[in-house]
Write a new protein. Structure first.
Length: 270
């Protein structure tokens, strides 16, 4: 009997040890601290956002890390928060030139997922092409600007003309991204990429340059509010006429955020 009890004791202890290992609670990964909030009210704000300047196409890398930004809070969000509602827009892809809204259900037919997959956010984007502004600079037949650089005043005009959100949420681009204008099979975009240097024939320093267009973007934020944004430049210090020597990506943009659910940008006061 003594040997039998000893056997039971060893057996029970062994099972208990096995269960404790199998049921061991794995601590959650600690998230990095978030930067300080700089936007607390509706209004207009200016941003210079440094992209992934370490990745370079010339080195054959081309693997640019995404940059997440909160329009609601006015701060960069670490990538560890990608599947949360802490951010509103993400700049991904080559030179961080693809723009996404935070939408947690984005899955493509090939299995690829959006940068915010799994988040509770249901944001979206809408690109605005103002006919009154487009006729002043754009050649619709050639699908490119008639000349560059495009005056900044036209970008500001297009931005100011967006006084209210006139579209329905069903019209928002939620399961996709905005990118360069008619490039690699894309449709209308927010910037023109002069891949072949057609705007400056024979000048190799002016090929492969991105020129931002006067096309504002309406954004539905992760919290369900609305914002409008105009992107001025992808180059450091926003040079009037960038060249291959201009540093990128440095995303300079202006935006207006409505933090109270309103759709009237004319009433956004800092």
């Amino acid at each position: 009997m003594k040997n039998y009890l000893s056997f039971l004791f060893v057996l029970v202890m062994g099972l208990s040890s096995g269960c404790s290992k199998n049921n061991e609670v794995v601590p959650e990964k600690e998230l990095p601290l978030l930067p300080a909030i700089t936007v607390t009210a509706s209004g207009e704000y200016n941003v210079i956002l440094k992209g992934d300047t370490e990745a370079k196409m010339t080195t054959g890398d081309g693997n640019f890390k995404p940059v997440f930004y909160s329009l609601e809070d006015g701060r960069i969000i670490p990538s560890e928060y990608a599947n949360t509602d802490k951010w509103d827009i993400a700049f991904t892809g080559i030179y961080n030139s693809s723009i996404w809204a935070n939408h947690g259900e984005v899955v493509f037919d090939n299995g690829n997922k959006g940068p915010g997959y799994g988040s509770p956010a249901r944001g979206g984007l809408y690109l605005i092409s103002d006919p009154a502004v487009e006729t002043k600079y754009y050649d619709s037949e050639k699908q490119r600007p008639r000349q560059v650089p495009i005056p900044k005043s036209l970008l500001d005009e297009a931005y100011t003309n967006v006084g209210t959100v006139t579209i329905n949420d069903s019209q928002l681009l939620s399961k996709g991204f905005l990118t360069l204008d008619y490039f690699l099979g894309s449709g209308a975009g927010y910037a023109f990429y002069d891949f072949y240097g057609a705007m400056f024939p024979g000048d190799k320093e002016r090929a492969h340059i991105v020129y931002n267009l006067p096309r504002p973007i309406i954004i539905k934020t992760a919290k369900g509010n609305y914002a409008k944004i105009i992107i001025y430049s992808f180059y450091k210090d926003s040079p009037l006429s960038p060249t291959l020597k201009s540093e990128a990506p440095y995303i300079t943009f202006k935006y207006t955020i409505l933090k109270n659910g309103s759709k009237d940008f004319t009433k956004a006061i800092n």
